[in-house]
Unconditional design. Structure first.
Length: 466
């Protein structure tokens, strides 16, 4: 007594399939066309019917991104707000150890990104939740639920931080244009901040609906802005010289804070499956080249920027280094440029939140996908509201970084490496188990040590400037 939908062709990597009809309840059981509908092949190889989120064409993604565009977007994904807190975190870890930690963190993230990409290519699953859905037994449901939850929570905190930076960057400019001293407390500044948060949300919303290829243009601008900011800080350092009480080598709990802050910068594991889905002529080898270049560039930039800014501003550097920049035209240009950076990285990172919704809609038997667009708009609005309640940027970055380590360094790559790559060597299994255990421990420590504590470092510093 139930009418069947009209036959529709569905194209995947396995070939083209024609859907003949659906059993009763087939459309309501999660909306999954591949579980409730029957198919017949009209061309292709003798593989099974297409699965949920199994291919960019099946997901309705027609535009493919070049390797250059993907490389630029990988770099930009790491150039969010985290870099602004690195000098503050370095002030609690000392110079030379901070460089070593930076290199180790970037290498670890590059390796775990490729674990996920190799598995995504093997299983044709282009969002992290869908990939973890292929884990055996109860691991599948637990890991998928945990990582999906952490993706939404941690990425949302990132998006809140981006709009906080927009407000922090534009607020001094707005106040000076009104003839108000930006360094004094005033009622106008209080009422101006919600306006700036709303303006930031309005700027990023249209960009959230662009594909990776078109986002590469704003990514290029973001990279230029970050290089300009490094040059500006280097010029300030050359003029001022080395600040007093800078610790070159020391030990303190601030090293844990630095680790978490760097992780907040470098963790893009939840963003890379949607990127890989859109890569033209995609293969793990091609993507590995982009990952290698991007992470080497980011490692050098992070290390150089944090060291130079710490040398210039000393242990009193702000958790948002933009607040240490002068109010002249060069500082204003850096603040405006940081708004460009935020607008570039916001849509790239937010795609990881809507990718499961987009793939679920693409798997439905009928209808034009629209829910993910409304979800995207709601995410932007809520992140602007959250920006009104956010506290110090550095603490927000550190706590978020600690949260991300448990999901995207420990659970997702660890379980993927153990069960989805087909590698059974003893050393490989031991490495994945170590990733799970040590990543979880690091995440717990990061939740406890969320301040840079330069005064503690000063008491345990072996080499300090006068």
């Amino acid at each position: 007594g139930h009418s069947l939908p009209e036959p529709r062709a569905r194209v995947g990597r396995a070939g083209a399939w024609l859907r003949l009809g659906c059993m009763e309840g087939g459309l309501s059981a999660g909306g999954d066309a591949c579980r409730g509908c029957s198919y017949t092949r009209i061309e292709g190889q003798d593989n099974g019917p297409p699965s949920v989120g199994s291919d960019s064409k099946a997901a309705g993604r027609k535009t493919q991104a070049s390797l250059r565009a993907i490389t630029a977007n990988l770099i930009t994904a790491g150039l969010g707000t985290g870099i602004l807190s690195l000098p503050w975190a370095t002030a609690g870890a000392s110079l030379l150890p901070s460089v070593a930690v930076t290199m180790a963190v970037m290498a670890l993230n590059a390796a775990t990104v490729m674990i996920i990409i190799v598995a995504a290519d093997k299983w044709k699953a282009y969002d992290l939740g869908a990939l973890l859905g292929h884990l055996p037994g109860r691991y599948s449901y637990l890991a998928q639920a945990f990582c999906n939850l952490l993706t939404w929570v941690s990425v949302f905190l990132c998006l809140v931080g981006y709009l906080v930076v927009v407000a922090d960057s534009l607020e001094p400019i707005m106040l000076m244009s009104l003839g108000i001293d930006p360094h004094t407390e005033n009622e106008e500044a209080f009422w101006g901040r919600p306006i700036l948060l709303a303006a930031g949300a309005c700027m990023v919303l249209p960009l959230c609906f662009l594909d990776q290829e078109h986002l590469s243009f704003s990514s290029g601008l973001s990279i230029v802005v970050n290089i300009y900011m490094f040059v500006l800080v280097a010029v300030l350092f050359a003029r001022r010289g080395v600040a007093s009480r800078v610790c070159v080598v020391g030990a303190g709990p601030g090293a844990v804070t630095l680790f978490s802050t760097l992780m907040q910068c470098a963790i893009i594991q939840m963003c890379v499956p949607p990127m890989y889905e859109e890569l033209q002529d995609k293969s793990p080898g091609r993507f590995n080249g982009a990952v290698g270049f991007a992470f080497i560039f980011l490692a050098l930039l992070f290390a150089a920027f944090s060291v130079v800014a710490y040398l210039a501003f000393g242990p009193d550097v702000q958790s948002n280094v933009m607040l240490n920049l002068p109010d002249d035209m060069f500082g204003t240009a850096a603040r405006l440029g940081m708004c460009v950076t935020v607008m570039a990285v916001y849509p790239i990172v937010s795609k990881s939140m809507v990718a499961p919704i987009r793939h679920w809609e693409a798997s439905r038997c009928a209808g034009e996908p629209w829910r993910w667009r409304w979800a995207q708009a709601l995410i932007v609005v809520l992140s602007a509201v959250g920006g009104g309640f956010a506290g110090q940027l550095g603490t927000l970055q550190t706590v978020n970084g600690a949260l991300q380590v448990s999901a995207f360094i420990a659970v997702a790559p660890g379980l993927t490496g153990l069960f989805l790559l087909g590698l059974k060597g003893l050393r490989w299994q031991a490495a994945m188990c170590a990733l799970l255990v040590l990543g979880t421990v690091a995440s717990c420590l990061g939740m406890v040590y969320d301040a840079n504590e330069p005064e503690v470092l000063a008491r345990h510093c072996a080499w300090q400037t006068q």
